[in-house]
Design a protein. Structure first.
Lengths: 106, 237
C-alpha cells in the first residue's frame, strides 16, 4: 500500500502547541510550491545538478510528512540527477503531488 | 548556552527553534539564512553553540567552519548522511543530526554539547589566564587568537597590573594573566623570578650588577630576597 503524508512528526514536535503547528504548516505552504516550481524549471531545462539541489531541499519536506519510502526515493533521485540520470522522475513527482494534495487540505 | 541557527530553509530554522525551546539552557540569539551573514555577526559576537546546515547554496557549512578562527561548538543539521565522516575531522563539531530531527535525538546532541563544554572548559581554564603551554611552546590568547611563542625566545616577563608583558627576541605581547600563572608554564631551569614584577630567562643575561641584571637593552631590578637564588643558578667561575 502506498504511504500517505501525515502530521505525526509535526505534532510530536509541536508538543501540543497549536501555534507552532500552524506556523510550521504556514511556512511549508509558502516554501513547498516555490521549491517544487524551481525544481521543475531546472529539471525541464536539463540543469540536473541544480535540480538535484532542489530535490535535496524537497527531501526535508518529504521526511517531515512521514514519507519514509518517499524520503529514500528522494535520496536516490538526488544522486541520480547528479549523474544526469532521470529514471526516478515520475516516482518523485508522484510523491510531490501527494504532498501538495495533503498540504492543501491543511 | 547561547546559540545561533544557520540554515537556508525557514522550515528547518523554525523546527530547530522549537526543539531549542524545549531545553531550558538553550537561548537562540539569532538565526541566519546563509553563512555570510553569520560570519559578519560572529566577527563581533561570541556564542556557545551553532546549529549549522551543511548543504547551503554558495557557501557550505564546512566552508563556513573553515572561516572561523576560534569556532564554538557546532551541531551539524543535514539531510545528507554522506558527510558524517568529514564532520568528525573537525574538533568543534559535537554531533551530526539528520533531518527530520526528533526531540530525543536532539536532546542527545545537546547532552554531547554540554559534555564537550566541560572538556573545553578544562582546556580553556588555561586560556582564561590567556596562556597554555606545550613542551617548548607557549600559547597566548590575544583577541580570540592563540599565538604560539617559542619558550626559549622569551627574554623577560613583566607584571603590569592585571596583565603581563612578555618580551621575546622578536616581539612583545601583553596578555591578561599573572606572573604566577605564567611561571607555572615555564621550565624552572630556564626562568627565574628575580623581583616581584619580573621573571627572566637566565640564559639571556648579559651582565649582573649588585641589584640589577642586563638583558638585551633592559636593566631589570633584582630584589634582595631573590638574589641568592639567582647567584646559585649562575655558573660562576
Amino acid at each position: 500500500m502506498a504511504e500517505t503524508p501525515n502530521l505525526i512528526y509535526i505534532k510530536e514536535l509541536a508538543a501540543g502547541s497549536d501555534a507552532f503547528e500552524q506556523k510550521l504548516i504556514g511556512i511549508v505552504k509558502k516554501e513547498f510550491p516555490k521549491e517544487r516550481d524551481e525544481f521543475l524549471m531546472n529539471y525541464n531545462s536539463k540543469a540536473f545538478s541544480k535540480a538535484a539541489e532542489n530535490v535535496h531541499k524537497l527531501k526535508n519536506k518529504i521526511g517531515m510528512f512521514g514519507l519514509e519510502s518517499g524520503y529514500q526515493t528522494a535520496i536516490d533521485f538526488e544522486e541520480e540527477l547528479k549523474g544526469n540520470n532521470t529514471s526516478l522522475f515520475k516516482e518523485f513527482m508522484l510523491i510531490l503531488e501527494s504532498i501538495e494534495l495533503f498540504v492543501n487540505t491543511l | 548556552m547561547n546559540c545561533i541557527i544557520i540554515d537556508d530553509e525557514e522550515t528547518a530554522r523554525v523546527i530547530i527553534q522549537q526543539l531549542c525551546s524545549q531545553v531550558e539552557e538553550l537561548t537562540i540569539i539569532k538565526e541566519f539564512p546563509n553563512a555570510i551573514q553569520a560570519i559578519k555577526f560572529l566577527n563581533h559576537s561570541t556564542i556557545d553553540l551553532i546549529f549549522l546546515d551543511i548543504h547551503m547554496p554558495d557557501f557550505t557549512g564546512f566552508d563556513f567552519i573553515q572561516t572561523l578562527k576560534n569556532p564554538p561548538k557546532i551541531i551539524l543539521t543535514t539531510s545528507d548522511k554522506n558527510f558524517a565522516l568529514e564532520a568528525f575531522e573537525y574538533d568543534c563539531i559535537v554531533d551530526y543530526l539528520v533531518k527530520p530531527i526528533t526531540l530525543p535525538r536532539f536532546l542527545k546532541a545537546i547532552q554531547k554539547a554540554k559534555t564537550k563544554k566541560t572538556t573545553l572548559s578544562e582546556n580553556s581554564s588555561k586560556h582564561i589566564s590567556g596562556i597554555s603551554s606545550g613542551e617548548n611552546d607557549l600559547y597566548i590568547n590575544i583577541d580570540r587568537r592563540l599565538i604560539k611563542i617559542d619558550i626559549p625566545t622569551i627574554t623577560i616577563i613583566e607584571a603590569k597590573g592585571d596583565y603581563i608583558l612578555i618580551k621575546t627576541e622578536n616581539q612583545n605581547y601583553t596578555v591578561h594573566s599573572t606572573l604566577k600563572k605564567i611561571e607555572e608554564k615555564l621550565p624552572d631551569d630556564l626562568f627565574l623570578k628575580i623581583h616581584r614584577s619580573y621573571v627572566i630567562n637566565i640564559k639571556k643575561i648579559i651582565d649582573i650588577e649588585d641589584n640589577s641584571v642586563l638583558i638585551e637593552k633592559d636593566v631589570i631590578p633584582v630584589s634582595r630576597s631573590n638574589r641568592p637564588e639567582l647567584m646559585k643558578r649562575l655558573n660562576l667561575l
